[in-house]
Design a protein around this ligand. Structure first.
Ligand code: AHG
Ligand code: MN
Ligand code: MN
Length: 344
């Protein structure tokens, strides 16, 4: 592990190897998998940065499994990540937002299952706003079955062995956890390496930013409407009114929440009765990161990472961020759910 007094640059590769060396029995396979994702991230980052000057920008004309328009960069990112994972023969299957069913890789005996949101926030590509990639890694269970099947991938988020995201922003960063805190690296384009920028990141216990698509206000539950009004009230003792920030790329909104604190919400609503965001490749990995940094994540009723998935592309509501902010929104939801129940 890198110590604070060391004052030299540490690359992602070096850091992963050092972390692995702390576990004498480790096979190095998870380390390899993380390095593979790091390599794909560099290639995607390069392509994202030149998207405006190549014909890769724009719609490719098809739609993904959710009926949404797919941009070329989504497909490029999907292919890069899948082929990086395929190369080292330790991943047996990938589940990606861009593929309806499971994607079986060359190594049928591979030990890991990886979920991917290859490009998150892709509607922001055209307007030069931050986008990202999200990954979530599970151990295959049962381990030695001859064939892999979709049900092997239906594991709750608490079983993730690693998760992380890449953010293609004003700089490209990668953050990941293997359950021992969150580490973050920044890409130095001049040398083509991710350099350690922070380890054991902690989210503030409370923050003064709320992040939600307020355009859907009219279709929220009463408790959520009241909570957002609470965020907007003037009360200098509790730092209110809070600031509203909503990028529309979950990965970028969560990155800001991790650093500055506050709350990100994508609730259920009349339009999205089960929420919009995907449990397995958006909410679970980002919940693992936030929890490892000391934050919390719930669907309004239970911890996101304890949800038993019923399908690989399932959606969920999410309330995620600083402990105190999430506790406060829960108070509002519970109070008003009780009022509604009394009426009903
Ligand atoms: P993706 O680009 O992978 O489909 O994800 C978009 C998601 C998420 O990143 C973002 O937080 C959310 O959609 C925004 O949805 P609204 O436009 O409904 O607010
Ligand atoms: Mn997404
Ligand atoms: Mn996506």
């Amino acid at each position: 592990m890198v110590t604070e007094k060391e004052n030299r640059l540490v690359t992602l590769e070096e850091y992963i190897i050092q972390s692995q060396n702390r576990f004498p029995g480790a096979t190095g396979e998870l380390s390899q998998l993380l390095r593979d994702i790091g390599l794909a991230a560099k290639i995607i980052s390069r392509e994202v940065n030149k998207a405006g000057i190549t014909n890769i920008l724009g719609l490719d004309g098809s739609t993904n499994v959710h009926g949404e328009a797919v941009k070329k960069l989504d497909l490029f990112a999907d292919q890069q990540l899948i082929s990086a994972l395929d190369r080292s023969l330790i991943t047996c299957m990938v589940i990606s937002e861009e593929n309806d069913g499971i994607v079986k890789l060359s190594s049928k005996g591979g030990k890991y299952i990886v979920y991917l949101d290859p490009l998150d926030g892709s509607s922001n590509i055209d307007v030069n706003v931050s986008i990202g990639s999200i990954f979530s890694v599970y151990m295959r269970e049962p381990r030695f079955e001859p064939t892999v099947k979709e049900s092997d991938a239906l594991q709750p988020g608490v079983k993730q062995v690693a998760a992380g995201y890449v953010l293609y922003g004003s700089s490209t960063i990668i953050a990941y956890t293997t359950g021992l805190g969150v580490s973050m690296f920044t890409l130095d384009p001049s040398i083509g390496e991710f350099i350690l920028s922070e380890q054991r990141i902690q989210i503030p216990d409370s923050g003064s930013i709320y992040s939600i698509n307020e355009g859907s206000y009219n279709s929220w539950d009463l408790g959520l409407k009241k909570y957002v009004k609470y965020c907007q009230e003037f009360d200098p003792d509790t730092n209110r009114p809070y600031s509203a920030r909503y990028i529309g790329s979950m990965v970028a909104d969560i990155h800001r929440t991790l650093i500055k604190g506050g709350i990100f919400i994508y609730p259920h609503s009349k339009r999205y009765p089960n929420g919009k965001l995907r449990l397995m490749y958006e909410c679970n990995p980002l919940s693992f990161i936030i929890e490892q940094a000391g934050g919390v994540s719930t669907d309004g009723e239970m911890r996101i990472m304890e949800k038993k998935p019923a399908s690989i592309h399932q959606q969920t509501p999410i309330y995620i961020g600083s402990k105190q902010n999430v506790a406060k929104v829960m108070e509002f939801l519970e109070e008003h759910a009780a009022v509604e129940a009394d009426k009903g």
